[in-house]
Design a protein around this ligand. Structure first.
Ligand SMILES: Nc1ncnc2c1ncn2[C@@H]1O[C@H](COP(=O)(O)OP(=O)(O)OP(=O)(O)O)[C@@H](O)[C@H]1O
Ligand SMILES: [Mg+2]
Length: 264
């Protein structure tokens, strides 16, 4: 990869004997929103864990490949150093500290940062999510599901990341709340943070992203500009729920799976 950004090269991951990723390569150029689509068990969360170096907490390990930010290797670092390097993950299932207050959850996200940057980060998340300022002293477990997702994203932003890794932020949310989260992702990106968004909600993800990858059983099977993927018959049929008999028949017989190559 030539420019600045996050680069994953030939990454393979196993959980013991289970191979979860096979030679996965992808790029998140500086300032971009990139999405990885895939069904249950495709390896989406595994990919984010491999980047954030949290795989070992789940009994997994990288067996080959590299991850780099602006050419600097991340795959040799401890998880806290990855955060310090500017890459922060919002894990699946909006894991907030339920018994801690909203304010303490945010403080926990800033650990390792601190200083004047912390006050700035807090201002930023309160501007993005005013409800978190209103509920600062409430226990996080009492927030609604959507508000907890906002808190999970806000906590990651407290570390002022350059790249935000988002694991299915819309999962289980009502359409209106999912749309609000999507608007916020757009806003976060407009403020200069790159985003790697993992989603089963392909329609939402393809609207947000500039580029997209499809992950199937641990391998990237399709990639290209988000608009092209959204228009592709195979993606429409498999991920956007569009039923089109002719397109379905075509997709069965076409071997070509890579759309316009994306030159970062
Ligand atoms: N902690 C683990 N131990 C063993 N195998 C695991 C573990 N976590 C995931 N796997 C396996 O690795 C593969 C990829 O799982 P992963 O959770 O990355 O998929 P996913 O795309 O995030 O799925 P979902 O959409 O359901 O969250 C699956 O076969 C899964 O069973
Ligand atoms: Mg997952």
């Amino acid at each position: 990869m030539s420019g600045a950004g996050l680069a994953v090269q030939g990454l393979s991951v196993g959980y013991g004997p289970v191979r979860a990723l096979r030679r996965v390569s992808l790029e998140v150029p500086e300032g971009a929103v990139v999405t990885v689509l895939g069904g249950n068990g495709a390896g989406k969360s595994t990919l984010l864990r491999a980047i954030s170096r949290t795989l070992s907490f789940h009994g997994g390990a990288v067996t080959e490949g590299t991850v780099a930010l602006d050419g600097r290797r991340l795959d040799t670092l401890a998880p806290d150093r990855v955060v310090a390097a500017g890459v922060c993950q919002v894990p699946e299932g909006r894991q907030v500290f339920a018994r801690m207050t909203v304010a303490d959850n945010l403080r926990a996200g800033a650990l390792g940062g601190g200083g004047p940057g912390r006050a700035q980060a807090l201002d930023r998340v309160h501007a993005l999510f005013p409800v978190l300022a209103e509920r600062a002293n409430q226990r996080a477990g009492l927030l609604s599901g959507g508000e907890q997702q906002m808190l999970a994203v806000a906590r990651a932003l407290m570390a002022a990341p350059r790249v935000l890794l988002l694991d299915e932020p819309s999962l289980g949310l009502a359409p209106l709340m999912a749309r609000r989260i999507a608007d916020t992702v757009r806003e976060i990106n407009a403020q200069g943070t790159s985003v790697l968004l993992v989603e089963q909600n392909a329609a939402l993800a393809l609207r947000l992203a500039t580029h997209a990858y499809v992950l199937e059983v641990g391998e990237i099977t399709l990639s290209g500009p988000a608009g092209e993927l959204a228009a592709s018959d195979e993606v429409r049929r498999r991920y956007l729920g569009v039923v089109d008999e002719d397109a379905a028949a075509d997709a069965e017989t076409t071997g070509a799976r890579t759309l316009t190559r994306w030159e970062g």
